[in-house]
Design a protein around this ligand. Structure first.
Ligand code: FAD
Length: 317
């Protein structure tokens, strides 16, 4: 069976959900081989990768890989592509992932597709463009297909793989040492789940009216153990930090439940949340486009609805 390389995203030794999604996709294309780049590999990480179908795990644990910006990971993958001749390479379509994909494409003289939302037979990639208005199918016609897939595009499904470990030594070029990481500052992590990985997301929009009023959204989110998101109107107004923006130019989320509060449902916002399993909207305008997408809707003033909803949830806990 053909080998499919999957670059592992990991933080503090923990495998990120997007990697489990990529392994799930890779299983439909061939035999997944996970590629671990940098330090932090643990028996728990190995078990997790095998649980989601990694037949092989290439471990390149050299600290040097994480000491330089992006380039070493592309060199590692290029080395593995030359040695293993995989049928495809799957990478998370994050800012870093897309850069790695581009560099790898140059190194291997291959075609690259980014922002895919699915990959099917013959490594045909699906892309959803113009805010989800047009779906495109593309296939790489030269070299090894390199596909960067957006997080939350596929539900991760476990299916045991052998998880056979192979240690890899990468020889970095001088060019790969061009930009060194000189410091790392760990972002304060709140009690809330990470936006792109949360099962429930509560987002606020222009209707929320001010930064102070976002406390209402946070309270509702906390009552549900949810992450907080925001529309671009809210982040542009600096009511909530940009890193929480959901949409075409923000994060893509695909939770079990998405609650849109005071958000009209512009196409660019939908692009980041329309794959949520259940969508609930709270909006005072019954004609707001978000209701076309919503499974449940409350037409009403959020300043009345949200506190009542939060109180009711707290009561029932
Ligand atoms: P509005 O469209 O102004 O809607 C506010 C809603 O709140 C209205 O429906 C109103 O009825 C309701 N409301 C007001 N008061 C209350 C109340 N008291 N109670 C209940 N409801 C109330 N947008 C994104 O979100 N994410 C993106 O990534 C993104 N990328 C973009 C990229 C490009 C290239 C462009 C051109 C635009 C992008 N936008 C994005 C912006 C997008 O087009 C919309 O302008 C934005 O999503 C609107 O945000 P909103 O729904 O919060 O505000």
């Amino acid at each position: 069976m053909t080998e499919i390389l999957v670059l592992v995203e990991h933080v503090d030794g923990e495998v990120k959900k997007v990697t489990l999604e990529l392994l799930t996709l890779a299983r439909s294309l061939g035999e997944p081989s996970a590629v671990w780049a940098g330090p932090g590999y643990t028996p728990e990480a190995k078990a997790r990768l095998a649980e989601y179908g990694a037949e092989k795990i290439y471990v390149a644990g050299a600290a040097e890989i994480a000491d330089y910006v992006v380039a070493p990971k592309a060199e590692l993958l290029a080395q593995l592509v030359a040695a293993a001749s995989p049928a495809a390479v799957l990478i998370a379509s994050t800012a870093e992932g897309k850069e790695i994909a581009g560099r790898l494409a140059i190194k291997t003289d291959s075609g690259v597709i980014t922002d895919a939302v699915g990959v099917g037979d013959g490594v045909t990639a699906d892309q959803s463009i113009f805010g989800g208005g047009v779906n495109v199918k593309s296939r790489v016609t030269r070299g090894t297909p390199i596909v960067a897939v957006r997080p939350n595009s596929t539900p991760p499904q476990p299916s045991a793989g052998a998880g056979a470990e192979e240690q890899v030594t990468v020889t970095l070029s001088d060019a790969a040492r061009g930009a060194k990481v000189v410091d790392r500052v760990k972002q304060e992590k709140g009690a809330r789940p990470e936006l792109t990985e949360a099962a429930i997301v509560v987002s606020g929009g222009r209707g929320v009216g001010s930064a102070e009023n976002f406390a209402l959204i946070e309270k509702l989110a906390d009552s549900l153990g949810a992450a907080v998101g925001a529309s671009r109107a809210a982040t542009d107004a600096q009511w909530y930090p940009h890193q929480f923006q959901v949409g075409q130019t923000g994060k893509t989320v695909s939770p079990q439940l998405y609650i849109a509060v005071g958000i009209s449902g512009a196409i660019q916002h939908r692009a980041g949340m329309q794959t949520a399993k259940t969508i609930m909207a709270i909006n005072k305008d019954p004609e707001a486009p978000i209701f076309e997408l919503a499974d449940f809707g409350v037409v009403g003033d959020l300043f009345q609805v949200v506190p009542q909803l939060t109180e009711e949830i707290e009561k029932r806990k």
